[in-house]
Design a protein around this ligand. Structure first.
Ligand code: PBG
Length: 331
């Protein structure tokens, strides 16, 4: 009988390092990494974020240097998030439309220094700009209004594109926003500005440290369950992805990451489009907490989790460990 022990021994291929390398099905490279960074006001400012040990907010001047290091390491793209000053936050998030807001200044500064050496992805949602921490405009009863919010998101997207964003990444989960943003980008001639939609974004308990990083945790009342997805759902994720693709998304994102790899796999197999995942702040914090407790080896855990995203079907991963991982991969 062939195909069975002892003729077949799967351990044969695992016996040496060269053979394991030869049989490896998935590879992770720095080009798979998108690095989320937080920008704050001032000059020469670095503010560590206590719930994200090892991650800081940087003023624009320091962020430019970090961007240069990332590009040198082969990281292809940054995802920028602004820590908007409290006095610039409002009910309607109007600061998102200001051509001189922190996000736009950071985009212009990095572009001026680095040209096209690194891609610049910008988050579209109003939470860094509202004084209530929700991603959209509030109706009288506190419900986040869909169509009214889209109008502001379109303006926010154009504002970012004019400042040099390469990839617009709507993370707000309003219905219909991808089509509206695509139309506006086409109308203004931004035909090569991509849209990576946060298509399947879940109402997750893993976003806590991020809300510290952009200082919205204290502001947010209630939750985001009327627009972000129920963690129980898969079919709905496929519908979200289908609609965003039909509306013109170039690529789609699943968020959070590791707890949702089944969604990544379903999306990849169903649509065969570029799928990205976001290893979010709470996932980063879990790894760092395990390392601090002496329960895990950071390097091994970082590389294993990132490889798992690739294995599940991701084209790339947004991760706060991007620089660390890229350094490990260069060794
Ligand atoms: C905002 C946004 C969030 C994250 C990315 N964009 C938070 C939220 O939806 O409340 C979370 C990222 C992370 O936790 O690392 N729309």
């Amino acid at each position: 009988m062939t195909g069975a022990y002892p003729h077949t021994r799967l351990r044969r291929a695992r016996a040496t390092a060269w053979s394991r390398a030869m049989h490896r099905e998935t590879v992770l490279t720095p080009a798979d990494l998108i690095w989320p960074v937080f920008v704050t006001e001032g000059e020469g400012v670095e503010q560590p974020i206590s719930s994200l040990p090892g991650v800081s907010r940087w003023s624009v001047d320091l962020l430019v240097e970090r961007a240069r290091e990332a590009a040198d390491l082969g990281i292809p793209c940054l995802a920028l998030f602004p820590d908007t000053q409290p006095e610039r936050r409002s009910d309607d998030g109007a600061e998102a439309l200001n051509p001189d807001n922190l996000m736009c200044r950071a985009l212009r500064a990095i572009r001026t220094e680095l040209g096209d050496r690194i891609g610049l992805l910008t988050d579209v949602a109003l939470d860094p700009y509202t004084n209530h921490g929700q991603d959209g405009l509030l109706g009288e009863d506190g419900y986040v209004l869909n169509d009214e919010t889209i109008e502001v998101l379109v303006g926010q997207s154009l504002n970012q594109a004019r400042a040099g964003a390469d990839i617009i990444a709507p993370s707000d989960m309003m219905d219909g926003r991808i089509g509206a943003i695509r139309d506006a980008l086409e109308d203004e001639g931004f035909v090569n500005v991509q849209i990576m939609s946060y298509a399947a974004k879940y109402a997750s308990a893993f976003y806590g440290p991020f809300r510290d990083a952009v200082n919205t945790r204290g502001l947010l009342k209630g939750d985001k369950k009327t627009y972000q997805m129920d963690p129980a759902n898969t079919e709905e994720a496929l519908r979200e992805v289908e609609l965003d693709l039909a509306e013109g998304a170039d690529s789609v994102m699943v968020k959070p990451g590791l707890p949702y790899l089944d969604i990544v796999r379903r999306v990849k197999e169903t649509f065969e489009v570029p799928v990205f995942a976001y290893q979010v702040s709470g996932e980063y914090a879990m790894i760092e907490a395990a390392v601090a407790a002496g329960a895990a080896d950071r390097d091994a855990m970082v590389l294993e989790t990132l490889l798992a995203f690739k294995r599940a079907g991701c084209s790339g991963v947004l991760t706060y460990h991007a620089v660390h991982a890229a350094r490990l991969l260069q060794k």
